[in-house]
Design a binder for this molecule. Sequence first.
Ligand code: A2P
Length: 336
Amino acid sequence: QKYNVAILGATGLVGQNLIEILEQRNFPVGELFPLASSRSAGSTIKFKGQDVEVLNVDEFDWSTAQIGLFSAGGDVSAKYAPVAAEAGCVVIDNTSHFRYEPDIPLVIPEVNPHAVADYRNRNIIANPNCSTIQMLVALKPIHDAYGIDRINVCTYQSVSGAGKSAVDELVGQTAQLMNGRPVESKVFPMQMAFNVIPQIDVFQDNGYTKEEMKMVWETHKILGDESIGVNPTAVRVPVFYGHAEAIHLELRQPVSADDVKNVLEQAPGVTLMPDSTDYPTQVTHGSGQDSTFVGRVREDISHANGINLWVVADNIRKGAATNSIQIAEVLIADYL
Ligand code: A2P
């Protein structure tokens, strides 16, 4: 059986990866409908060697698609997801717009695949935030084995998480600085090149940013456990692709680094780098692969139940496009 798939935001970074990954994973696509705004309607994208025309989303008949993969921003999802869902198209949404609504499932296929069943509530499934996905792929098996009391995490997030215009801004600023010209910032709140910025998304009343609170809310929802403490600091770094995270866990019992490594060795979606002198980085492991790479697993010298880890993944693939397509694979295997 084949499924007609609409990609909303087909000309964007995540959209282009969605199309590439559908092809790589041999997803049973009947017709592919690349959708964007009137700005790029009429242009073409390549799918399986063929040119496919990009359509204006305003004119699209959603009843012709069974699955819709959305990544054109929260406002666009807010407008079109209910319309698509009403027409019988199951929406898998990459934006944060629906994630925190209690009847919308929020799914990482390695972590809570059973939640896909709740797509029936509204015909919408939400894809989590990129930083949450790679963190929970690594932590779920540790939580199952030993129980996590508290997660302290600092992220080192690449600019591609903010879309194509953010990638272009880092390129532009780097060239401007190299040529001794003044730097212009439009996407980022200040100079991004040769700088790190401890702000992603807007500030909340509690002094955390929304990106940080996404990691808190989404961890609780996906693991179904509000008792886990989550204390994030989310930082943008001048790296193009891949996110890294330094994670400091407080477990419910003392556990050795070797025991944690044994658990991670078996974990779905995880590639463990067990040697303490060998580790993943964004440049070497953060782009073009679907695994979540874990290195530097060690006992915390300052806490009896503490374990430290360093986690790297491709934010555009596992953090967005691949995770969405894995959700679609669960959907067609078990429900459609
Ligand atoms: P368009 O090419 O028409 O602007 P990125 O995250 O890399 O910035 O990409 C954003 C994606 O979302 C693009 O494919 C863009 O299409 C699409 N998009 C942005 N705004 C809209 C809109 N109002 N309606 C439809 N698609 C949109």
